[in-house]
Design a protein around this ligand. Sequence first.
Ligand code: MD3
Ligand code: FE
Length: 208
Amino acid sequence: ERAEVAPGAVHVPDWLDPGRQRALLDACREWARPPAGLRTVRTPGGGTMTARQVCLGWHWYPYAYARTVVDGDGSPVKPFPGWLGELGRRAVTDALGPPAAAAPPYDIALINFYDGDARMGMHRDGDEQADAPVVSLSLGDTCVFRFGNTGTRAKPYTDVELRSGDLFVFGGPSRLAYHGVPRVRPGTAPAWLGLAGRLNITLRVSGL
Ligand code: MD3
Ligand code: FE
């Protein structure tokens, strides 16, 4: 099924079948290894993100993109694989319908690893130079995903549970909306996946 949570914000539960979830998890575990592997993100204000992250294609650091891990081991960022771009195009078409015009290729993946205590505060994703939809894929433990407003970080919110295999696409008027992850539900991952915790993969177009 397909649920439009706000204009341009579409949730497709159970979009990835078990075989594809396992394959994507295996790929994420490879990408997490050094060099240019999983790292802790530190914000300019002295804060630390509780979800750890690895990037493909372009390296995100607060609040810009680079081609090397400027805030980590300094290595070149891992390449963004063509098959992941194809997955992104299919995701957008399944959620929003076929594009009206030729769409630019996905060239960034940001992969967030959450343990039971990890959270993500309310924020907007404004560091990309393109307005293409963001594709989000969830693996492992269920989380509470909080979707807010474009003009303010404040209420009202819509809370949605994201489960292993779910797709969420954020385009059009929802592209710059505030959003966050107030909690993860430990121990809720499907047993066959073999993952303790939660992974979220976002696919983006850099416009760079
Ligand atoms: C709405 N990640 O990586 S996924 C992020 O679960 C991020 O790790 C969360 O927020 C996570 O920036 C939420 C859903 C999501 C991702 C990107 C968005 C929602 C979005 C970009 C624009 C609007
Ligand atoms: Fe975000």
